[in-house]
Ligand binder design. Structure first.
Ligand code: ZN
Length: 299
């Protein structure tokens, strides 16, 4: 069976419930191949990647969504970025033994920052305390508290893949006219039923079944509308131009000091392991305002 990396939206007809689904394999593999991550760290990165992808699908503008967990446990940092066109990159930093640890032990008193950066407009950041037993519970609480939206999220990682399934009650005004006739009790009933059915999803089904089959398995008594699949890919946004800007921010004097001791400065991107090398001439050119070629050579 072919497992393409995709993200897809669905709606349960005659209800105010919509859903997101995402499964990644090559994208996930590309990320975990860059560093020698322990199993527990890999697993969390996989879950964060599908979560970020599903959350980015709820945005209605171009830009980038970042999930960043920072804690005091062995996992100090985990960051996942997802753009509106579903380009993902991710990285984690850890130390010591991690594999027998639970989510809470791994992150210890951690916070998750959800940052939304529209290409045009102001960035927005929400902070989620990671005080529940797993990432999905923490994100559900975030939606409940910040958006007042009933949300359930299922995240799985295994067999070199990661998968996410999310359902959410749409705000009242965005539902169709058929919903106006429905009582609050009936709507609550719809939600309880949709959650109970999704709760029967087994991890191996989640990680392997095509979405059509998966939705049929869960909601064959309902009519479900499935929207177009969106491809998800690993793509790093680093470039020689961005590295150049980082070097400029260090300042000419400091760079000159470094270059007095070594031939060149190597800038490594932690997300994709790309190296960008700047020799004395390159650094000189960075501070030469008349040079029009400072921002070429992206990779
Ligand atoms: Zn990179």
């Amino acid at each position: 069976m072919e497992h393409q990396d995709t993200s897809q939206r669905f709606m349960i007809d005659d209800s105010s419930i919509r859903g997101e689904w995402c499964r990644i394999e090559s994208t996930y593999q590309a990320v975990i191949a860059k560093h020698d991550y322990p199993l527990a760290v890999r697993g969390l990165l996989g879950e964060m990647m599908v979560a970020a992808t599903m959350l980015s699908s709820t945005l209605k503008f171009e830009g980038r969504l970042t999930l960043q967990a920072r804690g005091n446990g062995p996992l100090q940092l985990a960051t996942v970025e997802c753009t509106h066109d579903k380009h993902l990159r991710a990285i984690a930093r850890w130390q010591g033994e991690t594999d027998s640890l639970t989510f809470t032990q791994l992150l210890d008193s951690a916070h998750l920052a959800i940052t939304i950066e529209p290409t045009k407009g102001e960035a927005y950041q929400g902070i989620v305390p990671l005080e529940h037993e797993n990432l999905s519970r923490c994100l559900e609480h975030y939606f409940q508290q910040s958006e007042q939206l009933d949300t359930r999220i299922w995240l799985n990682e295994g067999d070199g893949r990661a998968a996410g399934f999310m359902i959410q009650v749409l705000p009242y005004n965005s539902t169709d006219s058929a919903m106006l006739d429905k009582s609050e009790d009936d709507k609550a009933e719809d939600w309880i039923r949709a959650v109970a059915l999704a709760d029967t999803l087994k991890a191996e089904e989640h990680l392997s079944l095509p979405i059509e089959e998966l939705l049929h398995r869960l909601y064959h008594e309902e009519s479900v509308r499935l929207f177009d699949a969106q491809p998800v890919t690993f793509k790093c946004s680093c470039s020689r131009e961005r590295m150049s800007k980082a070097l400029v921010s260090v300042g000419k004097d400091e760079l000159d000091d470094i270059l007095a001791e070594q031939e060149q400065i190597t800038m490594n991107c932690e997300f994709c392991n790309a190296s960008h090398i700047f020799d004395k001439m390159d650094v000189h050119m960075l501070f030469d305002a008349s040079n029009p070629n400072n921002d070429t050579n992206t990779h």
